[in-house]
Design a protein around this ligand. Structure first.
Ligand code: SF4
Length: 388
């Protein structure tokens, strides 16, 4: 077993269950995989490829050869997250709401908040993580499109993260009583499955994700690195609120690997103060100073792992001292090479709202794509007392 750096959960061998399942596929079941933004820039390391190699197409090809019927891109759901979270920020700015607002896509952070900082519950965005948004959309919108029952879809996520295994067990993540993500395997576990099947990863052709949940923007790719959710959200919030296109899409102050970073963005004359923290020691420092009144921000991105998801506990182990920089550079290169770089311009997202979700933060969007948080601090103290 491998210990997650954020203490969320021990890595469990879900790859064994997924292996068994794909080798004994049940007739009538549809097997779907999704892959997180940071997996594509790290999976190649499992096969001796240079750190920072972008292996998106080979990874998709490998998942098909493992037996998945559809391979979707979690980046699509990252664009959806920006729509839901970005519009939540816009709503709080226009109508009033709890500030500072915190991002909610990192389950390592959500666990920390519920256990140690429960007073911040209402400050977190209620948007689910991209993993859970994707699975919710697959088991509703996509299930209807292909004419199968949600319970006949088996949804497997490939994530950089062991905390994502814990996230799918949260009762408030059920949709109409159904668990939307059935299994989570890490990047390393995917590597194991590919090796076990004898798939020649390095020599695979580049294949495309399936449609309609496979199109994504450069903004979504940024979710894989610290500061990326903030940058993606700012692109959308700025353009929606001002009605103007950003001349420069890159927000330099939110990039980089310093543990705590801050920036100020002028939107329609309002100075929006934002901050980013990654790695639990930096997160705790930032929150303590905010609690003491030494710092104030409007919008804060928190990622539990150093570097964000590129440094997640389920990623390949690599002793290269520059590993985070190399994986981050790969993420930025995906954004730069993307034709679409704004979440609100993803044509499949626009279609999803037109055909199914109506508009961001609509009633149905809330039902499928949002969640709530609980105060777990007392339970934690009680458990600590019992142990001591
Ligand atoms: Fe998981 Fe990413 Fe959060 Fe780490 S930063 S706990 S990899 S979601």
């Amino acid at each position: 077993a491998y210990l997650c750096p954020v203490g969320a959960i021990y890595e469990t061998p879900d790859w064994k269950k997924v292996w068994k399942m794909l080798n004994n596929k049940e007739p009538g079941k549809v097997y779907v995989a999704q892959t997180a933004p940071s997996v594509r820039v790290a999976i190649g390391e499992e096969f001796g490829m240079e750190p920072g190699t972008v292996s998106t197409g080979k990874m998709v090809a490998a998942l098909r050869r493992l037996g998945f019927d559809y391979v979707f891109d979690t980046n699509f759901a990252a664009d959806l997250t920006i729509m839901e979270e970005g519009y939540e920020l816009i709503h709080r700015l226009q109508e009033g709401g709890k500030f500072p607002m915190f991002t909610s896509c990192c389950p390592g952070w959500v666990n920390e908040m519920e256990k140690e900082w429960p007073e911040l519950r209402e400050h977190l965005s209620t948007a689910k993580s991209p993993q859970q948004m994707m699975s919710s959309v697959v088991k509703t919108y996509f299930a209807q499109k292909i004419g199968v029952k949600p319970e006949d879809i088996v949804m497997v996520s490939v994530m950089p993260c062991t905390a994502k295994k814990d996230e799918i067990t949260r009762p408030q993540q059920l949709v109409d009583g159904i668990k939307v993500t059935d299994y989570v395997i890490t990047t390393r576990e995917l590597g194991k499955l590919i090796k076990l099947k004898g798939i020649p990863f390095v020599n695979l052709p580049e294949e495309e994700y399936d449609s309609p949940l496979g199109t994504s923007t450069g903004a979504a790719a940024l979710f894989g690195v610290t500061g990326g959710v903030m940058e993606a959200a700012l692109r959308t919030a700025y353009e929606v609120l001002t009605g103007q296109r950003l001349a420069k899409l890159v927000f330099e102050p939110v990039r980089g690997l310093d543990g705590i970073r801050e920036a100020e963005i002028d939107i329609n004359g309002r100075k929006l103060k934002v901050a980013i923290a990654h790695g639990m020691a930096n997160v705790k420092k930032l929150l303590k100073e905010m609690k003491e009144g030494k710092r104030y921000y409007d919008f804060v991105e928190i990622m539990a792992c150093m570097g964000g998801c590129i440094g997640g506990g389920g990623q390949p182990k690599n002793l290269d001292p520059d590993i985070l920089k190399k994986r981050a550079a790969a993420i930025y290169s995906i954004d730069e090479m993307s034709v679409l770089r704004r979440s609100h311009e993803n044509p499949d997202i626009i279609k999803l709202y037109e055909e199914f979700l109506e508009k961001p933060n609509s009633h149905i969007a809330h039902h499928l794509l949002h969640t709530h948080y609980t105060d777990r601090s007392k339970a934690v103290r009680k458990a600590q007392k019992t142990v001591s």
